[in-house]
Design a protein around this ligand. Structure first.
Ligand code: SF4
Ligand code: SF4
Length: 275
């Protein structure tokens, strides 16, 4: 195991950057309402910088040309950027950018310290597999309810919004409860919200089927040690695949030859036929 890993370090730095940026924007938005302006930082609300707002607004945009309440055009532009990233690299937004994913990962580090090798292996496969499709049901419910009511149906239980507003009166109790459950579950399971409930993760997961760059395994050099399987936070079995198209992959690169796989150039994120 390499002591300093450039890929690992870069991903952590990117995650901390976006976590800090969203926190700063959230604080700035609250200060603006009190008449205090932080130069340079946007005063936009979290709803307007969340690409998921673009997903739930698409129906009302197509049918009556309007955004649902609290959503504006920036979210659709952000959604476009994130989808382009997804077509290139798969669900990279979840693994590198989403601050809620980052915070779950940080809580998970404590879980790993407590449970060691048992961490992230508590839920039997036969229950775990179907549970992972739950997020598509959540997605369907959010899009339907938002289109039906014209309001952001998800905002009252949104843990992402609660994470950056729990100290204000703007946050609903439902959001605080879901956030608390997510933190608690993160002590046992890596990224529980991403795996089982996140409606935006459900959308992003679909890009894994079509992405140009994918995790690809060279079977001619693989020694079947299964270190890739054990390193995957999303419990994907990689060692028997030629390429990873699983909708749960978050493009974190933890399994690759640059981090966990002990054989050089055997497990890499690359294009089909790429070096
Ligand atoms: S470890 Fe590999 S397969 Fe698992 S989520 Fe990360 S990139 Fe995807
Ligand atoms: S870690 Fe690398 S060598 Fe080991 S099973 Fe996975 S791809 Fe093969």
């Amino acid at each position: 195991m390499k002591m300093f890993n450039k890929k690992k370090f870069t991903r952590t730095a990117v995650q901390i950057f976006f976590l800090s940026l969203v926190l700063l924007i959230s604080i700035s938005h609250q200060l603006v309402e009190k008449g205090i302006i932080i130069p340079i930082i946007s005063s936009a609300s979290l709803h307007s910088i969340c690409p998921f707002g673009g997903v739930v607004s698409i129906y009302s945009l197509v049918t009556d040309g309007n955004f649902v309440q609290k959503i504006h055009e920036a979210t659709v532009i952000l959604l476009g950027i994130v989808i382009i990233l997804g077509i290139l690299f798969g669900s990279v937004f979840c693994g590198w950018i989403c601050p809620l994913g980052t915070v779950q990962e940080f809580v998970g580090k404590l879980g790993k310290k407590i449970f060691k090798n048992r961490y992230n292996k508590f839920i039997p496969y036969k229950y775990d597999k179907p549970l992972r499709n739950l997020r598509y049901i959540v997605l369907g419910w959010v899009v339907f309810m938002t289109a039906y009511t014209g309001k952001l149906a998800f905002s009252d239980i949104d843990p992402y919004y609660a994470l950056f507003n729990f100290w204000t009166s703007e946050v609903a109790i439902g959001g605080i409860i879901v956030l608390s459950i997510t933190f608690l579950a993160s002590l046992f399971v890596e990224r529980p919200w991403c795996k089982y409930a996140c409606p935006f993760g459900a959308v992003m997961g679909l890009t894994n089927f079509i992405s140009i760059f994918k995790i690809r395994r060279k079977s001619s050099t693989c020694v079947d040690c299964k270190k890739c399987d054990n390193s995957c936070p999303m419990n994907i079995e990689i060692s028997d695949k030629k390429q990873v198209t699983n909708h749960q992959c978050i493009s974190c690169l933890k399994c690759t030859s640059e981090i966990s796989c002990p054989i050089d150039d055997t497990l890499m994120m690359k294009t089909k036929g790429g070096k």
